[in-house]
Design a protein around this ligand. Sequence first.
Ligand code: GLU
Length: 379
Amino acid sequence: MDRPVRLRYAPSPTGAQHLGGIRTALYNYLFVKKVGGKLILRIEDTDQTRYVPGAEEYVINSCKWAGIEFDEGVHIGGPHAPYRQSERKDLYRKYADELIEKGHAYYAFDTPEELEAMRNRMMEQGNPSPAYDHITRQYMQNSVALSKDEVEKRIQNGDPYVIRIKMPRNEEIKFHDLIRGWVTFNSSQLDDKVLFKSDGMPTYHLANVVDDYLMEITHVVRGEEWLPSAPTHVMTYKMFGWENVMPSFAHLPLILKPEGNGKLSKRDGDKYGFPLYSLDWKEQNISGLKEKGFLPEAYINFIAFLGWNPGTDQEIFSREELIQAFSFERIGKSGARFDPEKAKWFNQQHIKLKSGEALADLLQPYLEQKILLLTAIIW
Ligand code: GLU
């Protein structure tokens, strides 16, 4: 079935968005522009404990500076508004209920103490990574293990509960990743993830799948750290009977430290005196590449190369050339090494391409600031 191509960038507002986030947004954007689709900005803020005020504006402004434009989203509206999950809160419950009715989810009343006791018990029995799964669920306080009367009584009483997915035992979950090819998991390795929390909010897993379905998303392009969640999402599509409209997945490779030993972290930016962020954010002590004199066209050029390559010797690309050259087939599976010197080189090359006039225009605000400062000192 040929559907209109719709992609989304779906960050959680938990802090300043760094290189990795912008790369995800950029690849979504390049693909959409190449094939003529729509790009949506959705804010995934169901975990209110991790919410950082200002993070949403930071994402919007960083993308704007980099020239990553959206067709629908939290800041511009659109046919699927609202695009902020906390504002969509009321629509998720009925989907959790639907899974309960179909026998694919259940109520779980376990207190934090009971969960802790279960974990300790299993570790004592030699299980280093205890999980709430198809085995453990039989011994816990939930609607699979308890009698119907007991469950009704607890609900009537107002006992707090969560809703968990009932992950089947020993089923193969297989999906095709646009970068990794076929990926297979066995459902017995997966836990019964919480879909709906006792505070009335869905978890990321439920909200993500339901929104991708409702917003008619055709391709999910996101970081490798979400690969372990993908089989739960694929299973959720199946449980709802939405397999025929399940999006294609592309899990992007990690961005590695310059030495290649592990994932790039904020501290690495400090170490190399090279900000890993787009814009300054004073209150969060974040300095950005824009304020350091980076050109947005150099920024997207070097970020595009963190995982993707055109398959030729060409390195300097304009935005339009990136759009034309981009494809998922040319994204590597293994981690992409971040090289601050190379990033500076990209900026140099793009500066060289500018006319004297264009450079003078770019310099003007800096010079004005300096003159003001000098005047203030002299007087
Ligand atoms: N909300 C997730 C994040 O913060 C996005 C995961 C996804 O794109 O499915 O990165």
